[in-house]
Design a binder for this molecule. Structure first.
Ligand code: LLP
Length: 869
């Protein structure tokens, strides 16, 4: 049975997910919607999908509504609308068009309706509603065709428009409001019908049977209404941007993603400029305390912006700077205003009569200046002229336009005024027409001439950060910058997941340091990259690189077998994966005691010998066994001499000159050599290396008669220094493929460690002390060589950043040192970092391989603990 058919338990939570026009206009976008809905369903949630009309359709329907008398134009528009929906229908590969055609017939019916002649508002609303009614019908058909049982819901069944005081007729039909509270009966009735629903944004019931629409941003608002009605666990607004930002990213590329806002702040930001979320959609969910999440359809893994009741951030901070253009100021001057009872009431009555809502107000003894915001007002020059004429009965009127309003938004604005001096100085040279500080202490607004605003905003944003009134170091509130997010997503993903997860990492560091943090998604991604090389018959993970249980489990799930170097590694692996067949374990010890070989053989694990001693002295142990022989091909490779495992200076493998002896001894004791193995070093970035190993092993195998497997070892490197060129996997694949064609008789095995885990791990530490000795500047951290010995042992280079000051410019050349009593206890030499302070979180990157596992208790200091994201 289809999982979406089984009704979820009665207390399963609801999630409302909303998709706008571009997100519903193509089949791949609908596949995406299906994926998001299915993920929620799989997590035990009921899903209500709210959709807009296909992009552009509402404008076309609106054009019909606005020019109903132009028959030719209406016919054209009608044909375009029908063709558009039929095209998507075809793209979706659906078979029955009845649903869509019924709505298109309704459009024809409305075009033939006598109300068209008068362009009646109720008729216009019905025309407009068709966009969402049709898109949701198409969507329901498509989702069902994918096997996701989805019920079509007419939003008008649930959302009823209410009349507002002073509402013009236009507003009643074309910009309606709905009052909703949590309605358990409706929620229960829906829950009894199914798990997944699709409904229309933008439309509501008016009166008994008429239709009203909600005005601009209506689909967001519908999603919020449904969120409140169902008391959903969350309302997710899926868009094409990663969330709300501390400024308009198009003006300010360094604008930061706002991770968390409270309703009031989000309301202010939405009202004062940000277009991501319609301001009207906050109020309905706030009353029911339903969180809103803004998510990026293209990058669903990004955290987005979460809007909640309380952000728990007590410190006052400017969250955003926004700007609105097209502001009109009306300045009203009158001597008679002074102590005149009812003056304001008289003038505001004039605004009301002209259907204009007033936004900002500044008043003096003889002057009142107000702003009219174009988003709320249907402001044209006629309306303005009539307004002025009427106002002139009371005062002298001056219109100042075009203006722009610049607003700083943040809780506790008044407590930050003293730190705004640099910001205020920027306004010194400008004509500031009006300043307003909201009574809710959430915003500070400056109205200036429109022409200067674009160049001013980036400067102000930078000044807010510099003055630390915009506290971008607070990971609860501020995420990455737009610039960072816009970097090649693949590159960002490949090398620095930790930049994306900075907030979580800082939170983990706040709990305790030093600490290794692993990102399993990164491990899986590396594994899949290797898995895609079809030539390798079996991949093993060399668990010496990092035996963390979650990593072992993840790689097991990705189809990896395992390579172990000690009996304890085998035992640990079997504890984590008790069901793992022994045959999937390869034991490649070196100078290990006899008991370990015996234990491995007894357990049925495949054993590799890399010296004559075992076969010569303990030959009977291997009698009747299949074994692998590790050979030393004469020269090692690797990132440092200490990791090269070939040549006489290295203790590994049987040298080529002794292979015949080994073979004779094996024959003597009745051991069968079924595999040849070579691992010549670690941290190799040249793809051709394994081709040469493969060729050498294959030709060697011809001296034996029963070789089945060639194991090329591990050693796959990852770039560490900025100038390193990453291993070219495609080239590796091609090289192996070529050899495989020459020697198809052998199975090809490999056993990488580092490649899978290095980039997936970071070491977090905190600054303990700083010190200057002559020219040399030290930054001490609480992780030393007992946590990460690689720099001391191999002079290895790990990227090191100050996670608290990730975006601050590097200032000082420093030595990053640990607390261990050794001169070699240095994690990074001559690094440029922003000035570091005690307590700052330092991140040492690419520490997932040979990091924690090489830790020690030297100086009786515990090495860094480990945690997975
Ligand atoms: N197979 C054998 C037989 C090995 O000896 C090794 C690593 C591997 C596979 C996995 O090598 P990988 O793919 O991880 O490079 N502690 C050093 C690395 C030592 C490697 C020891 N053998 C470091 O931190 O660079």
């Amino acid at each position: 049975m289809n999982p979406s058919d089984t009704l979820l338990p009665h207390d399963a939570p609801w999630v409302v997910v909303k998709f706008g026009g571009t997100s519903v206009s193509t089949r791949p976008r609908w596949d995406n919607i299906a994926g998001i809905a299915a993920t929620h369903l799989a997590a035990g949630k009921r899903v209500l999908i709210v959709v807009s009309a296909l992009s552009g359709i509402t404008d076309q329907l609106k054009a019909i509504g606005e020019a109903p008398a132009d028959a030719a134009r209406c016919a054209d528009l009608r044909d375009t609308i029908v063709a558009r929906h039929h095209a998507l229908f075809g793209e979706m590969g659906l078979s029955r068009r009845n649903g869509v055609d019924a709505w298109m017939a309704k459009l024809d019916q409305l075009l033939a309706d006598p109300r068209r002649n008068t362009g009646e508002l109720a008729w216009q609303a019905e025309v407009l509603a068709l966009g969402e009614l049709t898109s949701s019908t198409l969507g329901a058909a498509y989702l069902n065709s994918l096997g996701l049982t989805t019920h079509w819901l007419d939003s008008r069944e649930c959302l009823r428009a209410e009349a507002l005081p002073n509402q013009a007729d236009w507003g009643k039909w074309l910009s309606a409001s709905v009052r909703v509270r949590h309605d358990p009966q409706t929620a229960a009735a829906l829950a009894a019908r199914g798990n997944v629903f699709i409904a229309q944004g933008f439309i509501a019931r008016s009166g008994e049977s008429a239709t009203a629409v909600l005005g601009r941003g209506g689909s967001d608002t519908s999603a919020a209404y449904f969120g409140a009605l169902l008391k959903a666990e969350a309302v997710e607004i899926w868009t094409d941007v990663p969330g709300m930002f501390s400024a308009n990213p198009r003006q300010v590329p360094d604008a930061r993603l706002l991770s968390r806002l409270d309703y009031a702040e989000a309301q202010e930001i939405a009202t004062t400029g940000a277009k991501v979320l319609h301001p009207r959609c906050i109020h309905p969910v706030r009353d029911e305390r339903v969180p809103i999440r803004i998510k990026d359809t293209n990058r669903p893994d990004l955290p987005g912006t979460e809007i909640v009741w309380n952000t728990q951030s007590s410190a006052p901070s400017v969250k955003a700077i926004s700007s609105r253009k097209g502001i009109t100021l009306v300045s009203m001057e009158s001597i008679s205003m002074w102590q005149q009872v009812g003056f304001l009431s008289d003038v505001f009555e004039v605004f009301k009569r002209h259907g204009l809502s007033v936004d900002l107000i500044g008043s003096a003894e003889t002057n009142v200046t107000v702003s009219l915001d174009p988003s709320d007002n249907l402001l044209d020059s006629d309306v303005l002229a009539r307004l002025c004429t009427d106002l002139e009965a009371f005062c002298r009127v001056k219109v100042i336009a075009p203006c722009a309003a610049i607003t700083l938004v943040g809780r506790g604005m008044r407590a930050m005024l003293h730190r705004l001096s640099a910001v205020l100085a920027e306004f010194g040279a400008l004509d500031v027409h009006l300043i307003s500080q909201s009574s809710n202490n959430l915003n500070l607004t400056f109205v200036i001439d429109e022409a200067v605003v674009d160049s001013l905003i980036p400067r102000l944003h930078a000044l807010l950060i510099r003055a630390e009134v915009m506290r971008i170091g607070d990971p609860e509130i501020f995420g990455p910058s737009w610039r960072e997010l816009a970097e090649d997503a693949a590159a960002v993903h490949r090398t620095s997941w930790w930049r994306r997860e900075r907030g979580k990492l800082l939170a983990l560091a706040a709990e305790s340091t030093p600490r290794y943090v692993y990102c399993l998604d990164q491990v899986r991604e590396q594994a899949r990259g290797l898995g895609a090389l079809g030539t390798v018959d079996r991949w093993h993970y060399a668990l010496k690189a990092n035996p963390h249980p979650d990593i072992l489990r993840s790689l097991h799930a990705e189809g990896f077998a395992f390579e172990c170097v000690s009996w304890n590694e085998i035992a640990a692996l079997r504890r984590v994966l008790p069901e793992l067949p022994a045959e999937r374990i390869l034991f490649t010890p070196n100078f290990a005691p006899r008991e370990e070989y015996r234990a491995a053989l007894a357990a049925g694990v495949r054993v590799t010998l890399d010296a004559l001693h075992p076969i010569a002295e303990w030959g009977e142990d291997f009698s009747g066994r299949d074994i692998f022989l590790r050979v030393d091909l004469g020269a090692g490779r690797g990132h440092h001499d200490k990791v090269k495992t070939g040549g006489a200076q290295s203790k590994f493998g049987v040298s080529l000159s002794e292979i015949a002896t080994f073979r004779n001894l094996a024959r003597e004791h009745g051991a069968r050599i079924v595999g040849l193995h070579a691992h010549l070093g670690s941290g190799i970035l040249d793809a051709q290396h394994w081709r040469s190993v493969y060729v050498q092993l294959a030709s060697l195998a011809e001296q034996f008669n029963r070789i089945e497997v060639l194991d090329l070892g591990g050693g796959l490197g990852v770039p560490s220094r900025p100038e390193d060129v990453p291993l070219d996997l495609a080239a590796l694949g091609a090289a192996l493929e070529e050899v495989k064609q020459a020697y198809p008789q052998f199975q090809l095995w490999m056993e990488p460690g580092r490649y899978l885990v290095a980039e997936a791990g970071v070491l977090l530490a905190k600054v303990t002390q700083t010190k200057r000795k002559g020219e040399v500047h030290y930054v001490g951290i609480d992780a030393g060589m007992n946590s990460l010995i690689r720099p001391a042992l191999y002079e290895s280079w790990h990227e090191i950043v100050n996670l608290d000051r990730l975006d601050a410019p590097p200032e000082e050349l420093v030595q990053i040192v640990g607390p261990i009593c050794e001169t070699g206890d240095v994690l990074g030499n001559n690094r440029r970092l922003p000035a570091c302070q005690e307590g700052d979180v330092i991140l040492v990157a690419e520490a997932g391989a040979y990091g924690a596992v090489m830790g020690s208790r030297y100086n009786m200091r515990e090495p860094a603990a480990e945690v997975c994201l």
